[in-house]
Design a protein around this ligand. Structure first.
Ligand code: KG4
Ligand code: ZN
Length: 349
């Protein structure tokens, strides 16, 4: 039986992944294509916005064509188009937004200007089908926040990072340790061989009221440690530091999530699940810690499969499907928004 219409084409170009996907109303991912720019940026140790924008421009059309052909569809078989228009790097956002709008204009189909963070937030409803309201820990390279997802378009931010995002801390620490880029997966691999108890590191904001995060002091502590060890540092030293760092981040994320659950309860919110999203959710130690937090609160932990945790276009198509079902649509003059807090998403309509 064919997947249930409507079908939405999603386009993602907000950072260093160019992606396109076609998703059906019954949650079937009919096609998903993705081109990572990791190699292009590796020599610089981080994403270079200008290089990213040019690469998106070079590849977005081909990825859309590939997604359509692997779904066995043409534009006349698609019901709407959804593109990430923020937050993110302006050049890439313009490429994705203009491509989506051009398709909508040429075909007459509705257009959705999707908030990338909303894509991550709703991705938990794409695969396991989590019900509103839920508590979301969004941990990626650019974002680190705890939110109550009350309903489509109703997001209440309980806390966030006051300096670096968790993924950024992973990336910068991995760079300090000479582990390469992107840092998160490299650091996790290295930490497997390490002893997390050998080097004591600070536990930023642990136990403090509220549920904000801070990672810059932790990064500085690692830098001082690396400087103290100097060029004599062995592979074992590096693995021990990586393991200690990962343990601290996992403990801090768990502690802040416990606080957020208490804050949600004090607002009278009974979440249906604890949802993990963003690239850092791929980390096994972090998942295990949060599994413990969820279990202690009698909640299921919903962490989307890895391919849906990191940046992808299926989550953008799914956000479009949710808005389509709610009867929304965006105008073709919806601007690209490099800064766009998720709790202001509802205000755009
Ligand atoms: O969600 P995402 O793909 O892009 C953003 O929107 O930022 O997240 C990418 C971030 C990077 O900082 C990367 O180092 C981190 O997620 N990451 C990880 C792991 N896999 C990816 N961090 C820790 N452990 C991992 N296994
Ligand atoms: Zn992301």
């Amino acid at each position: 039986m064919p997947a249930q219409r409507p079908y939405v084409l999603g386009i993602e170009t907000s950072c260093d992944e160019t992606a396109a996907a076609v998703v059906a109303a019954d949650r079937t991912i009919l096609a998903s294509t993705l081109l990572s720019q990791t190699r292009l940026h590796a020599t610089y140790g981080g994403v270079v916005p200008e290089i990213a924008a040019r690469a998106h421009l070079d590849h977005v059309d081909g990825l859309i064509r590939e997604a359509l052909s692997s779904a066995g569809l043409r534009f006349d078989g698609i019901d709407a188009v959804a593109a990430t228009v923020g937050p993110g790097l302006i050049g890439g956002l313009i490429v994705g937004a203009m491509t989506g709008k051009a398709i909508a204009l040429a075909t007459g189909m509705p257009f959705f200007a999707v908030n990338h963070l909303e894509g991550h937030a709703l991705s938990a409803r794409l695969s396991p089908g989590v019900a509103f309201p839920f508590l979301l820990l969004l941990v990626s390279g650019g974002h680190c926040q705890l939110l109550i997802v009350e309903a489509l378009g109703r997001y209440h931010r309980l806390g966030g990072t006051i300096d670096d995002a968790a993924g950024e801390a992973f990336d910068k620490t991995a760079k300090l340790l000479g582990l390469g880029y992107p840092g998160g997966p490299a650091l996790e691999r290295c930490a497997e061989r390490g002893d997390p108890d050998r080097f004591p590191l600070p536990l930023p904001l642990l136990g403090r009221p509220g549920c904000d995060f801070s990672f810059s002091g932790l990064k500085t502590a690692v830098r001082l440690l690396v400087e103290r060890l100097g060029p004599a540092a062995t592979d074992k030293d590096v693995a021990d530091i990586a393991a200690a760092f990962q343990r601290v981040v996992a403990r801090v994320l768990a502690d802040r999530t416990v606080h957020a659950l208490a804050m949600a309860a004090s607002r009278g919110v009974r979440p249906s699940a604890l949802v993990l999203a963003g690239g850092v959710a791929a980390n096994r130690e972090i998942r295990a810690r949060l599994e413990g937090v969820a279990a202690a609160h009698g909640l299921p932990l919903a962490a989307p499969p890895l391919a849906l945790c990191t940046d992808n276009a299926s989550m953008i198509a799914w956000a479009g499907l949710e808005h389509l079902a709610a009867g929304h649509a965006d105008r073709l003059d919806a601007p690209a928004r490099p800064r766009w807090p998720l709790d202001q998403t509802a205000a755009r309509r």
